[in-house]
Design a protein around this ligand. Sequence first.
Ligand code: PMP
Ligand code: GLU
Length: 397
Amino acid sequence: MLAERVKKIKPSPTLAIDSKAKAMKASGIDVISFGVGEPDFDTPENIKEAAAKAMREGFTKYTAVGGIDPLKDAIVEKLKKDNGLSYKREEIIVSCGAKHSLYNIAQALYGPGDEVIIPSPYWVSYPDQVLLNDATPVIVKTFEADSFMLKPEALEAAITNKTKALILNSPSNPTGMIYDRKTLEAIAGLAEKHGFFVVSDEIYEKLVYDGKEHISIASIGSGAMARCIVVNGLSKSHAMTGWRIGYAAGPADIIKAMTNIQSQSTSNPTSISQKAALEALTGPQEFVSTIRAEFDKRRRYLVQELNTIEGITCGMPAGAFYAFPNTKRLYGRKFGDRVIAGSTDLALYLLEEAKVALVHGAAFGDDDYLRLSYATSMEDITRGLARIREALGNLRP
Ligand code: PMP
Ligand code: GLU
């Protein structure tokens, strides 16, 4: 009955775990969630007020499909100021979340016979969005010893004459890795040489720590910019996950195709949310540094504590809000008759026995790890760690 393409995909595992944790909470179980990557902070008041004002003033109708001009102009300004990128208004599209921008890109660019290179560990939606468009995801493994950065040699080895695009995510969900300039230059060089596109998901750009710098691969040079589609949004930087606003910047013909797709699917992003996004981009930015400082505190604490738990090692993530501990040494251990064979078993064990929700590394293409989002309160982090420590201590060889 269903179309073939639907049979190739699964629900987003991160959203599925969040639903399960929420259902457990609703039934009275005290679940501590390190599951979904969603800031625990409320959207700032000035942004909410901009939305309320929009409603009061009757800004509640359809808008231009790809977003209102003042918002596109604010995005142009942002890309210039933060990333050193000069785009024109017609090179910008506003969508219903960065995920929707990524989906529009997939629809506009990928088709049967195309290969799309995705470094693993990857964010859960990349391979499935490729599959939904009848193209083939080509997964290239990255390694903790290389800080999970895609090595240009590994990329080059995966390139074929069918390679249509590479999806990069810096800072990375789930590893927190940030690409350095040298690697980005090499990758941009390969994109130009072989003529593929680089989809650069920069949604965590504001969450970088230890004085590190986020570099957009599109800023490497004009050749790189011509091959890049930059994706960003407000979900993470301004705690606006539910407002569903994201955007993309890239060559005008691709943006136009994406806008046509949007005009036949969602129409415009929500009018009220667009006004809120305009305020988020043009209003005071203190909120961003406040949450960054808070995430940084949690990051240090969580990673330090994880490293004191037997069987776990965890590198210090440079950005985003995820810890990605290596849990391989725990595999093969038992709880009664139950054998923990891999990350899926381990995450399920921790959910059922410790009432702690987190995401199995297998969901991101690497079974040796678990992902913990620290976009949750310090109190929950402390309580959750105690539960994890106890539950893992109960495993037997
Ligand atoms: N890219 C990455 C890497 C993410 O973690 C997320 C979070 N859901 C998104 C894109 C999409 O964000 P949104 O659709 O909420 O803008
Ligand atoms: N990006 C978040 C995560 O990875 C939100 C969930 C999702 O959109 O899949 O947890």
